[in-house]
Design a protein around this ligand. Structure first.
Ligand code: ADP
Ligand code: MG
Length: 243
């Protein structure tokens, strides 16, 4: 379903090359709810951006679904970004002057889809995420957890088979975080999606099936997270990171 083989990525920083990923290989064979953990700077966001096709690897292979996404031409890459994957960033990136429903429908309008159908779909997604009564609110009238769920609804507009979320609960209190992890887990199991969430919170990873641990741009190991609580996971994570 998702496969990376020897993926590398460096950034140029003031003429100096910074290696963000130094040969990352892993496989997510089946649908489900997965986490990527690692210290700050270990390459989590870089990996998520490559999986989402919003940045290109320097070398290596990336397969999502049945398709290789490294080396796609611009037209196919645009289609993949729109239909093949949904991305939720840590900052909600909602448009302040638009209602929740309009924010969710916007990618559809940009893609030239009929407005009425997009609005209907936006409302049903907001409903599904427990925000049916917030559809006509602007972001400023929503809590952080509600705004994050609007951003998730927006990422689901085209029903992508894969949802990528970068520290989705980084700005939320623990009650809102718990709610959001449950929603992501439900999306993975009920809607036959693969959800990959970047997090540094063991409590978040405990909701997942498996945790990929990154360290200095490499895979330090994987943790089977089923039947583990947050404390247990944190200990295993510390062991893998040698911290
Ligand atoms: P994480 O999300 O795990 O904190 P990142 O993937 O954001 O890590 O970053 C990995 C490494 O790449 C870090 O050393 C970071 O400073 C560097 N990096 C990330 N993005 C850029 C960029 N746009 N320009 C230069 N360096 C970057
Ligand atoms: Mg990051």
């Amino acid at each position: 379903m998702i496969r990376c083989a020897d993926v590398t990525k460096s950034y140029d920083l003031a003429g100096r090359s910074v290696a963000a990923l130094r040969g990352v290989s892993f496989e997510i064979p089946a649908r489900g709810f997965y986490a990527i953990m690692g210290a700050s700077g270990s390459g989590k966001s870089t990996l998520l951006h490559l999986l989402g096709g919003i940045d290109a690897a320097d070398s290596g292979e990336i397969e999502i679904g049945q398709a290789r996404i490294d080396g796609l031409d611009e037209a196919r890459l645009t289609r993949f970004r729109r239909r093949g994957v949904g991305i939720v960033f840590q900052q909600f990136n909602l448009i302040a002057t638009m209602t929740a429903a309009d924010n969710v429908a916007l990618p559809g309008l940009i893609a030239g889809e009929p407005a009425g159908a997009m609005r209907e779909r936006a409302l049903s997604l907001l409903e599904r995420l427990g925000l049916g009564d917030r559809a006509s609110h602007r972001p400023e009238a929503l809590s952080g957890g509600e705004q994050q769920r609007v951003a998730i609804a927006r990422s689901l507009l085209f029903e992508p088979p894969v949802l990528l979320a970068d520290e989705p609960t980084g700005n939320l209190d623990s009650a809102s975080s718990e709610k959001l992890w449950s929603v992501l887990g439900e999306l993975a199991s009920e809607h036959e999606m693969t959800v990959v969430m970047v997090t540094h919170e063991p409590a978040a990873a405990a909701h997942c099936e498996r945790v990929l641990v990154l360290r200095d741009g490499l895979v330090a190991g994987e943790i089977n997270a089923e039947h583990r609580d947050a404390g247990d996971l944190a200990a295993e994570y510390q062991r893998l990171c040698g911290a």
